[in-house]
Ligand binder design. Sequence first.
Ligand SMILES: NC(=O)c1ccc[n+]([C@@H]2O[C@H](COP(=O)([O-])OP(=O)(O)OC[C@H]3O[C@@H](n4cnc5c(N)ncnc54)[C@H](OP(=O)(O)O)[C@@H]3O)[C@@H](O)[C@H]2O)c1
Length: 330
Amino acid sequence: MFYTPSSERYQKMKYNRCGKSGLLLPAISLGLWHNFGSVDIFENGRRIIHCAFDNGITHFDLANNYGPEPGSAEENFGKILKKDFTGNLRDELIISSKAGYHMWEGPYGEWGSRKNLIASCNQSLKRMGLDYVDIFYSHRPDPNTPLEETMMALDAIVRSGKALYAGISNYDAQQAEQAIKILKSLGTPCLIHQPKYSMFVRWVEDGLLNVLEENGVGCIAFSPLAQGLLTDRYLKGIPEDSRAAKSTGFLKTSEVTEEKIAVIKKLNDVAKDRNQSLAQMALTWLLKDKRVTSVLIGASSVEQLNNNLAALSNTNFSNEELSAIETILK
Ligand SMILES: NC(=O)c1ccc[n+]([C@@H]2O[C@H](COP(=O)([O-])OP(=O)(O)OC[C@H]3O[C@@H](n4cnc5c(N)ncnc54)[C@H](OP(=O)(O)O)[C@@H]3O)[C@@H](O)[C@H]2O)c1
């Protein structure tokens, strides 16, 4: 397969400023947590990446441990970059990686020490065959490492040219506020926060989004479809090829409960009345908040990705629709 990117790619996407930075991110970004590992079909992943870029998705999110095997998503992404994104196309991409979750044995293979972050960043660059990533994240706060050390490691990674921007993920409002302050004092502003946020997981509304807005930091919402629950995927049971059914999937069958399906069916009816799929409604429902820079989706097929991309053609909600959704979610 020879890949030539669509010449219309930048007409198809909306780009949002990431906080008060100079960086624009696509309203929809693609994550490689699932579906791009060594257990997955490489050509399927490659087609998904092509479709994403052809539709203006410039931002691809990775982490050291994505796979499985851990590291294999970065390796596969590196192969796709080498095959298909030659020449100056690298300059049209925003690639992120992270360190913080368990990656290798021994005391330095996880959490927030300078040792872990810098070694892990070096490993990620090697796996992807890159000189630098655009954003490097502390993947989770570490209760046993001084926050200053973790932030100094991010600052050092940026200053060494191995990342262009620094980000944090899974930090609560108070931790985020401190991290942002330290990074600012070091001269490397915090570009972005990556929290879990969807109709089903709304903790960010209780303070974090305000902290980010006040400090000019962007927000990219991960698992905006609640790993597939906020789609039509599970309306008629658990399909064999779904994340919940796969032994390597992070979504457990025990999370697909009858109560949840009842709620999902009601949300699906609201989406139908809007002439949208539930996935599309779940994404636009997040993007209506201007503090949300981008929604970071996953997809196991080109069809799913196309369905999600079409969300951007219907982004307005009436007050009636919003209150109907709130009533269902209560
Ligand atoms: N920072 C962190 O700690 C953290 C943690 C988790 C994720 N993330 C990031 O967020 C990204 C997205 O997470 P996620 O994969 O959980 O996101 P998600 O968008 O909530 O879920 C993606 C899954 O939903 C299903 N799906 C997507 N579009 C669909 C459609 N139109 N119709 C039906 N089903 C659809 C697919 O499931 P099937 O596979 O069943 O088809 C797909 O794999 C990750 O890749 C990663 O980059 C970050």
